[in-house]
Design a binder for this molecule. Structure first.
Ligand code: MG
Ligand code: MG
Length: 248
C-alpha cells in the first residue's frame, strides 16, 4: 500500500532527513585513510543520537550495524568492522535516521584519500544518475519513469546496475511501497502523487551487473569484484516536482 503523507508527517520526515544530511556533512569532513569502518559507523551513530534520532538500520531485519559501510567491490549492506580504510578506497555510507517514528534514508559514496580516475568516473556517473532519476519525480509520472532514466544514464556512461536491489517508498517504515527499481521500461508502475515519499537510490558497478552475498548473509559484492557506488536521497513529491529531504 502506498501512503500519502500529510503536512505534519512531511515535517517529521523533513527533520529525520535533515539529521541524515548532517551525518553526510560530517562524513565529508572526517573520512580519511586509517579509519576503520566501525569508527565511521560510530561517528554516524553519534550524530544521529546527538540530534535526538535513532539509527534506522540498527537491527532492521537483524542488521548488526548503525549504518551500512560498503567498501570497494561491496555494493550495499556492508557491516561496520575493523577493516582499516586505505588510500584509494571508495566507501558508500548508507544512513537512516528515525525521528518520532518517521525515517530518512540517504546513501553517499566517498573517495578515501587519492582515488583513481576510474573511481572518480564511477562516482560522478552514479551521482548524476540519481539526479537523472529525480528529474522524473513529479505528479503524474510513473515509478518506472525514474527507473528508466537511471538505467539509461548509467549504461550510456559505461556502468551497470544490480537487478536485485531497489529504491522504495519510505515513511513510518524504512521500506514501504512502491518499489523503485533502477532499471526498466518507462511508463509502468504506480503514478506518482503529491505527498508520496520515496527513496531514489542508484547503485552502479564499473564491471558486470551480477552480484552475490557473502557468508555473513549481508554483504553484497560484485561478482567480478569491480568497484561499486551508491547515491540515495529521500524525497517528498510536491505539486510540481520533489523536495529533497535528506540534505542540509
Ligand atoms: Mg539507504
Ligand atoms: Mg533506501
Amino acid at each position: 500500500m502506498i501512503t500519502i503523507k500529510n503536512s505534519r508527517e512531511i515535517e517529521l520526515m523533513r527533520h529525520a532527513g535533515h539529521v541524515v544530511g548532517l551525518v553526510h556533512q560530517k562524513m565529508a569532513e572526517v573520512l580519511k585513510p586509517g579509519m576503520t569502518t566501525q569508527e565511521v559507523a560510530d561517528i554516524c551513530e553519534k550524530v544521529i543520537r546527538d540530534n535526538g534520532c535513532t539509527p534506522s538500520f540498527l537491527n532492521l531485519y537483524g542488521f548488526p550495524g548503525a549504518v551500512c559501510t560498503s567498501v570497494n567491490d561491496v555494493v550495499v549492506h556492508g557491516i561496520p568492522s575493523d577493516y582499516v580504510l586505505q588510500d584509494g578506497d571508495v566507501i558508500s555510507v548508507d544512513v537512516g535516521a528515525c525521528w518520532k517514528g518517521y525515517h530518512g534514508d540517504s546513501a553517499w559514496t566517498y573517495a578515501v584519500g587519492n582515488v583513481s580516475d576510474d573511481v572518480k568516473h564511477l562516482m560522478e556517473v552514479t551521482e548524476a544518475a540519481l539526479y537523472a532519476g529525480l528529474e522524473q519525480v513529479k505528479p503524474g509520472n510513473r515509478v518506472s519513469d525514474i527507473s528508466h532514466a537511471v538505467q539509461v544514464y548509467l549504461e550510456s556512461h559505461g556502468c551497470t546496475t544490480p537487478r536485485d536491489y531497489t529504491g522504495h517508498g519510505i515513511g513510518t517504515a524504512v521500506h514501504e511501497d512502491p518499489t523503485v527499481p533502477n532499471w526498466g521500461e518507462p511508463g509502468r508502475g504506480p503514478r506518482l502523487r503529491k505527498g508520496m515519499c520515496i527513496a531514489v537510490e542508484p547503485m552502479a558497478h564499473l564491471g558486470g551487473e551480477e552480484v552475490y552475498t557473502l557468508d555473513d548473509d549481508w554483504t553484497v559484492v560484485t561478482r567480478d569484484h569491480s568497484l561499486a557506488a551508491h547515491y540515495e536521497h529521500t524525497v517528498a513529491i510536491t505539486d510540481s516536482g520533489y523536495e529533497i529531504m535528506t540534505k542540509v
